[in-house]
Design a protein around this ligand. Structure first.
Ligand SMILES: CC(C)(COP(=O)(O)OP(=O)(O)OC[C@H]1O[C@@H](n2cnc3c(N)ncnc32)[C@H](O)[C@@H]1OP(=O)(O)O)[C@@H](O)C(=O)NCCC(=O)NCCS
Length: 354
């Protein structure tokens, strides 16, 4: 038995014949998926015994009631024409009309994908819909299946006709990548509105301060690349738009920019792992240095980090960057002489040691 937030997916039983008939007799349900409406309870019982008897065929039931309201199946090798491999299968599904539009089908499909990849050892799950079945198409897109191809004149044997079919695929790698994206999104902290309010109270007259968002990417990237000391600390992966977007998603409250006449003239990114914080890419435009802007940005970041329960912060500074070392010294950031900074690249685009 499989469970989701609202559903139970369990084996079919003879006693489901009545409820199966109730939903499968609807002419809006079966034909669009390639099978005729059921004509009576006996036919539904027959389908339960002979069609829904596959090893991975499940009745979809609402958690509170045990009534079968739809069907979902992984059609294994030998029972599908989409693959001839044991580690691939085809997913098929439908749900009764009264349950359309509530997100129940995607909920069941996502759990079946998990089951296919985690429990059944599948590497690929294929899925199809016939031309015109926009609801099914939408479910497949929503669940992350990638469109593969269309086939003309596909036989629909139970309906005695030919149709255009559309085939999509979910690979295990795509599914795993989707899971980790999901985990990342779920763990991203929410934006703290109190930080925004505090900023308004501490705003100096000469420039304003804002929290950095991904919309500022082009402006802050330009600032970093316009200064040699910042430019050399950039790398193409971490500091790409995608890299900074990921960073800001995880650290929405601890990155600040100074703005003058609508232009970003200073920036600081700080983020933490729940215990320690790191400062990245502090930079102030050359025309606005020695005005206390960097000091102000550091103070704001430190306050924001303290609010998140962080007790300690560190940063990396090139040894030959005299002004920056003087700045950090003045800010109270001491040098650890008893440590070696060791690092290893996990991506061949970023050489170790850079
Ligand atoms: C380092 C940097 C961010 C400092 O910005 P800033 O806005 O000028 O710094 P502040 O005005 O807040 O400076 C505060 C104090 O730091 C010290 N300081 C800052 N710049 C200094 C410099 N060039 N030489 C000596 N001391 C300096 C001073 O004590 C200064 O106080 P003071 O002006 O009253 O003497 C800026 O020089 C910069 O953007 N450099 C290029 C990028 C870079 O190297 N970033 C650091 C990466 S780790």
């Amino acid at each position: 038995m499989l469970k989701t937030e609202r559903l139970i997916l369990r084996r079919w039983e003879d006693s489901d014949a009545e409820s199966l008939y109730k939903y499968a007799k609807d002419p809006d349900v079966g034909p669009i998926a390639g099978w005729p409406p059921h004509k009576n309870v006996e036919e539904s019982r027959d389908v339960i015994r002979n069609v829904f008897s596959g090893k991975e065929a499940y009745a979809i039931c609402l958690k509170e009631e045990n009534e079968a309201i739809g069907a979902i199946e992984l059609k294994l090798n030998g029972h599908t024409d989409m693959t001839d491999r044991d580690d691939e299968c085809e997913m098929g599904y439908w749900i009764g009309k009264p349950f359309w539009g509530q997100g129940l089908m995607p909920e069941a499909v996502k759990e079946m994908l998990r089951h296919a990849f985690e429990d059944c050892g599948m590497q690929k799950v294929w899925i199809g819909y016939y031309e015109g079945n926009t609801k099914s198409k939408r479910v497949q897109e929503k669940c992350g299946f990638k469109y593969q191809w269309r086939s003309e004149d596909v036989d629909v044997p139970l309906m005695h006709e030919k149709r255009t079919g559309h085939v999509s695929l979910m690979t295990k790698e795509d599914w795993q990548a989707m899971q980790s994206r999901q985990r990342e999104e779920n763990s991203a902290p929410a934006k703290d509105m109190a930080v925004e309010q505090d900023l308004q109270l501490t705003m100096p007259a000469e420039y304003s301060i804002k929290q950095v968002t991904i919309d500022d990417y082009d402006a802050i990237y330009e600032l970093w690349t316009s200064t040699e000391q910042s430019r050399r600390a950039l790398n193409p992966v971490d500091d790409s738009r995608e890299g900074i977007e990921r960073y800001l998603k995880r650290n929405p409250n601890t990155c600040f920019a100074a703005v003058k006449d609508g232009r970003i003239i200073g920036v600081i990114l700080t983020g933490h792992d729940g215990r320690r914080a790191i400062v990245h890419h502090l930079c102030v435009h050359p025309d606005y240095r020695r005005m206390g802007i960097a000091g102000h940005l550091v103070a704001l970041a430190e306050d924001a980090l303290k609010r998140e329960g962080i007790q300690k912060i560190f940063g990396l500074v090139f040894k030959d960057n005299g002004p920056a070392n003087a700045f950090w010294e003045q800010q109270g950031y001491s040098i650890r002489t008893n440590l070696n900074y060791r690092n290893k690249s996990l991506n061949e685009d970023i050489p170790t040691g850079e």
